[in-house]
Design a protein around this ligand. Structure first.
Ligand code: PLP
Length: 455
C-alpha cells in the first residue's frame, strides 16, 4: 500500500467545542486595565465594542465552549481542513523528519481567519447588530469578515492598511464581491485618521492605526460593533478548532508531533494550532515544543518588552499586558502584511513568560525562499505570513538531518498566497530586501509605553 499523504476527518468528527487554555494554565494572565483609572476593566467597558456573548468568552474559565449550530453548519463548507504529510518536501530536503501541515487555505477566504469571522458575525447578528467595522492588514481578515457578513446579512466596513491596499487590489475586489466597503487607512473618514494624515500625508499605515480608526467608528455609532481578527482571547479560542482537528488527525496517522510551529502576527493561528497540544501536555499528556515565528522587521515576541500597552496606535483600546514594540511603532512595509502588528496576543505573551512556548524571528527573503521550496515540492503557494512557519519547519527538518534524528514536526499553513503573487514576482525579480526597523524609533516607541505602577 502506498503511504498516505492526507489525513481527513469526516464532517461528523469535527469538534463541537472550542478549547479554552485558561483553566489549564498554572497562573492566569494579567488583568486588562482601563487606561484612565488603571483598574481592571469590566464587561460594561467593552460593551460599546462587542456583543455580550463575545465579552463573556473573553473572560471565560470554562475549558470547553460549545460551537453554536449555525457556526458548525458554515464551518462544514470547508472544515475539517486536511492534515497533510509533506512527503515530497521530506524527500526534497533528504530529512529523516516527519513533516506535517494543517492546511487552512482551503477556506473560502483562503486562510484561517473565517474560523473566527463566522463565529463573530454569528454572535453579532444574534445580538441585533447591523454593522461591523474592522481593520485588515494583508486583506485576509477583511476578506474573511466580508464573507461572514454576507452569510449572516451584516454590513461590513473594513479599514485596510494603506500599503496592502495599494499592493493588493484584488483583495479589495474580493471584499466588495461580498458587499463590504473597503477604505485605505489612514483615511480622512475618522478624527484619528485625519490627525495621522495631517502629520504624515504619505503614511504607509499599520494595523495599529487601522484598529484606531475602526474602534473610533464603532464607539461612536449605536448600530455598529467592532471585530478584531487576532490578539483577543475569544479570537484565539475560535481558532483552536485547528489544533483539535489536528490531534484527531494525528491519531489517524498513528503519530504525534514533537514540535508545533505557527507564524505569529497577533498570535491567533499559532494559538489555534498550538494551544490544544500545549493544553494536552499541561494535563499530563506529551508536551510538544511550540514555536511562534515572527518577522525580523516587526519582532514583538523576540525584541519587544512585556508591558502594558494599547492595542492600537491612537490609544483608544484598554491596556493589555503583552510583548510590544510600543503602540507608536510603525513597522517597515514588508510583504507579510498580516504580521505587521506592534503587539502580541496577551495569552500568547503570557505563555511565553511561563516558558510554555518559544519564539524566533525570520527575515522576509529567507521566508520567501522557504515558501518557494515548499511550493515546488508540495504544489501549494503559501501566503507570505505562512512562509515564516515554513522557514522554521525547513530549518528544523534540516537540523534533524544533521542530528540524524526523525522528529515529527507539525506546522500551520495558515493561508494560500494566491493574492500575493505580486510579492512573489518581486522576490523573483530580486527586488525584495530585508528591511530593518529603525532602532532609534523603536527605542522612542518603547519610551512612550504607558506607566503602570507595579506592572
Ligand atoms: C495567512 C495569514 N497567516 C497569519 C496571519 C497572522 O495573524 P495571526 O497571528 O492572528 O494568525 C495572517 C493575518 O492576516 C494571515 O493572513
Amino acid at each position: 500500500m502506498t503511504a498516505p499523504v492526507k489525513f481527513l476527518l469526516d464532517e461528523s468528527r469535527m469538534p463541537a467545542h472550542w478549547y479554552n487554555i485558561a483553566p489549564d494554565l498554572p497562573s492566569p494572565p494579567p488583568a486588562v486595565l482601563h487606561p484612565g483609572t488603571l483598574n481592571p476593566i469590566g464587561p460594561d467597558d467593552l460593551a460599546p465594542l462587542f456583543p455580550f456573548s463575545l465579552i463573556l468568552q473573553e473572560v471565560s474559565t470554562e475549558r470547553e465552549v460549545d460551537i453554536p449550530g449555525p457556526v458548525i453548519d458554515i464551518y462544514r463548507q470547508w472544515r475539517p481542513s486536511p492534515l497533510y504529510r509533506a512527503r515530497r518536501l521530506e524527500q526534497a530536503l533528504q530529512t529523516p523528519a516527519r513533516l506535517y501541515y494543517k492546511y487552512e487555505g482551503v477556506s473560502p477566504a483562503g486562510s484561517h481567519k473565517p474560523n473566527t469571522a463566522v463565529a463573530q458575525a454569528f454572535y453579532n447578528k444574534a445580538a441585533g447588530v447591523a454593522r461591523i467595522v474592522t481593520e485588515t492588514g494583508a486583506g485576509q481578515w477583511g476578506s474573511a469578515l466580508a464573507l461572514a457578513g454576507a452569510l449572516f446579512g451584516l454590513d461590513i466596513q473594513v479599514f485596510m492598511v494603506r500599503v496592502s491596499y495599494d499592493q493588493k487590489p484584488y483583495r479589495r475586489a474580493f471584499m466588495e464581491t461580498f458587499g463590504a466597503r473597503c477604505i485605505a487607512s489612514p483615511s480622512p473618514d475618522t478624527v484619528f485618521g485625519r490627525s495621522v494624515l495631517d502629520r504624515t500625508p504619505d503614511n504607509p499605515g499599520s494595523l495599529g492605526i487601522a484598529i484606531s480608526e475602526a474602534v473610533e467608528v464603532a464607539a461612536t455609532r449605536e448600530d455598529t460593533k467592532y471585530a478584531l481578527g487576532s490578539v483577543l482571547n475569544h479570537v484565539l479560542l475560535h481558532q483552536t478548532i485547528i489544533g483539535q482537528e489536528a490531534i484527531a488527525q494525528f491519531a489517524l496517522a498513528g503519530d504525534y508531533p514533537d514540535m508545533v510551529i505557527g507564524c505569529a502576527g497577533g498570535g491567533s493561528n499559532f494559538a489555534g494550532i498550538a494551544f490544544p497540544f500545549i493544553g494536552a501536555g499541561l494535563r499530563g499528556g506529551p508536551a510538544p515544543r511550540a514555536i511562534a515565528v515572527e518577522p525580523a522587521a516587526c519582532p514583538s515576541l523576540t525584541r519587544g518588552r512585556y508591558a502594558y500597552d494599547f492595542g492600537d496606535t491612537g490609544g483608544l483600546t484598554p491596556l493589555v499586558k503583552m510583548h510590544t514594540l510600543g503602540a507608536a511603532f510603525i513597522p517597515p512595509s514588508f510583504h507579510a502584511g498580516g504580521l505587521r502588528y506592534h503587539g502580541m496576543a496577551p495569552l500568547v505573551s503570557h505563555l511565553k513568560e511561563l516558558g510554555l512556548i518559544e519564539a524566533r524571528a525570520a527575515r522576509q527573503t529567507e521566508c520567501f525562499a522557504a515558501g518557494v521550496e515548499f511550493a515546488r515540492a508540495e504544489g501549494i503557494v503559501p501566503a507570505p505570513e505562512a512562509n515564516h512557519a515554513v522557514r522554521a519547519t525547513i530549518d528544523e527538518a534540516l537540523q534533524c538531518r544533521e542530528d540524524g534524528i526523525s522528529r515529527a514536526i507539525l506546522f500551520n499553513l495558515s493561508g494560500h498566497g494566491h493574492f500575493d503573487m505580486q510579492a512573489y514576482s518581486e522576490y523573483f525579480a530580486g527586488r525584495l530586501t530585508d528591511q530593518q526597523y529603525d532602532e532609534d524609533k523603536l527605542a522612542e516607541s518603547l519610551a512612550g509605553l504607558p506607566t503602570v505602577a507595579g506592572a
